[in-house]
Design a protein around this ligand. Sequence first.
Ligand code: HEM
Length: 423
Amino acid sequence: MEEAFLVALSLGLILLAFRLILSHFLPLLLNLRASPKGSFGWPLVGETLSFLSPHRSNTLGSFLEDHISRYGKVFKSHLFCTPTVVSCDQELNHFILQNEEKLFQCSYPKPIHGILGKFSMIVVVGESHKRLRNLALTLVTTIKSNPGYINDIERIAIHVIDSWKDKGGSVIFCEEAKKARARIFVTVKGIIEERRRISGGGSTKKGDFLDVLLSLKYLTEEEKVSFVLDALLGGYETTSLLMSMAVYFLGHSPPSLEKLKSEHQRIRANKEKDEYLNLEDYKKMDFTQHVINEALRCGNIVKFVHRKAIKDVRFKGHLIPSGWKVLPVLSAVHLDPILHESALQFNPWRWEGQNQAACKKLAPFGGGPRLCPGSELAKVETAVFLHNLVLKFRWRQEGEDMPMAYPYVEFPRGLPLQVEPIT
Ligand code: HEM
């Protein structure tokens, strides 16, 4: 009797194990066989530590170099505790970003480290994302449609740059670029609090973005304040990093700096002495746009974005299994020598005659339904800043410093500069 029970139990266990293998491990094994080549590395941590190991942000870093040469531009790995497909392939990156919510979904680890962690909407998906995104787009449109907008930006830029005259010739550039940040924080908070205080009055409404935002029922007061601050402050952080990149790369490329300066001297020549820039002037800044594109390509402020596959996806013979993490590496496309001649060189002229809208070789702002809503703002602010900088100051880097991807990009020493006013 006891024997029969033991036999039945063993059979039961064997069947259970068999079922488990069929239902769980077999698909995994099949997925592993069909998924791209690669290695899972250590148990649990996988290859996360080597993936995150710091390197110059204008290089791929040894992890990607090594893996691309071993497995190709699309490979599997085990990152952030999840089986992952890493894509360094321009077409696959584009496909992933365009198929947001259809085949892939935004999936940032919590807590999110890195520069995009400042944007709280990066973690929401589906309808909530659509609502917040519409708000972000309204915010940006409202800012841009304000005729005094470029003047406001220029006033802050001039304030920062003019203060250098009292600093004895030395500045830590990254700190300077963030001053403006503290001012924005205090101003926006003040405006929101004021509007909230008078919101019962009705007649004081200005019909602008803040009124739209504050009237929304589906967000709490705290969420509203946090949304505006996140969007603006996050935007300032990324934009000030873009300015630092431009200053760094221009400092290492005298011909680019000369050409940029002559563009801005031409623009200034047609204006009164202290007259502010306007939209027409901005539209004449062709070479400045090339400099900004090249600083974005070489600087790689956002190295990669986080997605997960929500269905099994086949692309170019690779299977990306449902539930796996997918990392489109934006920097790998920017530094791909097949797409960009002498890819490691800062060369703004490479963007001459290129139709930027159609140019998938440059995706510093992501793409598809998550494309950065602040991209144009960041470019205008950087252009206006560069205009004032190159006309008013000469600069030289003080000692070694370079943009490093941790993967959050930073200048370890804050980019120390020797600055000298141009008289
Ligand atoms: C050089 C400056 C900037 C860079 C390189 C940058 C880069 C990016 C990238 C790559 C994404 C896509 C993330 C993803 O697909 O997962 C993104 C999203 C976002 N960015 Fe930017 N950004 C910059 C400036 C700004 C500015 C100035 C603002 C605000 C005014 C802003 C607000 C946002 C927001 C709210 C999102 C989330 C969009 C969504 O999830 O639909 N960014 N940014």
